[in-house]
Ligand binder design. Structure first.
Ligand code: ITT
Length: 214
């Protein structure tokens, strides 16, 4: 509605041959709630490329303990929505290592903060099956009764040692089809195949399809 008014106003000014380039777009109404700065940087790259704008709100919110990332993400997003009462999304992600029965999975954040990559590499010492998977779940809550979940995953393997220096598990995760870790390949290449890019790409398509780009 507001966007429509701005468009009409711009058209009127244009008819009067005035400069409309200085008119600012309304601020984004969509909020990304996360305490993780690296997620925000990646989400900006991915969503802005699709023309989707959002505002970042840094907030630590309680997460339920569950084996399903989907359940954790949606429960968190709904509880944050109850506080903020505006359209928002959260993103939950994790690294699932086959030989460790899917560990750290939903405990990825805690494991990263405690034993870190070195601890994971120690657990994997002498383990031949290094298959692993990164998963991402984006939970969008628009109103008390309207929510959507978008998922993305990328298969790969755990490296023998840390390579590259980006955030989280990036230095030890090698996506299938390459020999580089996420950390070594850099943000642009990571964005083409990451779990987060897939989930956020689906989210962006949904927003565009339903006319909710901001
Ligand atoms: P919020 O819950 O506030 O969004 P968080 O960092 O706690 O932030 P998660 O609970 O989703 O987020 O934790 C997932 C952890 O998995 C994250 O902290 C990283 O350590 C790791 N991780 C997830 N995606 C990653 C990626 O693309 N590259 C490297 N590490 C990643």
């Amino acid at each position: 509605m507001f966007q429509q008014l701005v468009t009409q106003y711009r058209a009127r000014l244009k008819a009067l041959k005035l400069d409309t380039s200085r008119l600012r777009s309304p601020p984004p109404r969509l909020v990304f709630v996360t305490s993780n700065r690296d997620k925000v940087i990646e989400a900006k790259r991915i969503l802005q490329a699709c023309g989707v704008q959002f505002k970042h709100l840094s907030l630590r919110y309680p997460e339920i303990q569950d084996s399903s990332l989907r359940k954790i993400a949606l429960t968190s997003a709904i509880s944050v929505y109850r506080r903020l009462r505006q359209p928002l999304f959260t993103e939950d992600s994790g690294l699932f290592i086959e030989a460790l029965g899917g560990f750290p999975g939903p405990y990825s954040s805690y494991v990263q903060e405690t034993i870190g990559n070195i601890g994971i590499l120690r657990l994997m010492e002498g383990v031949r099956n290094r298959s692993s998977r990164f998963e991402s779940v984006v939970a969008y809550v628009e109103s008390p009764r309207k929510n959507q979940v978008f998922t993305g995953s990328v298969e790969g393997r755990i490296s023998i040692e840390e390579r590259g220096s980006r955030w989280g598990f990036d230095p030890i995760f090698i996506p299938s089809g390459t020999d580089l870790t996420f950390a070594e390949m850099g943000p642009e290449a990571k964005q083409k195949l990451s779990h987060r890019a897939i989930a956020l790409g689906k989210f962006a398509s949904w927003l565009i399809e339903h006319g909710r780009k901001r």
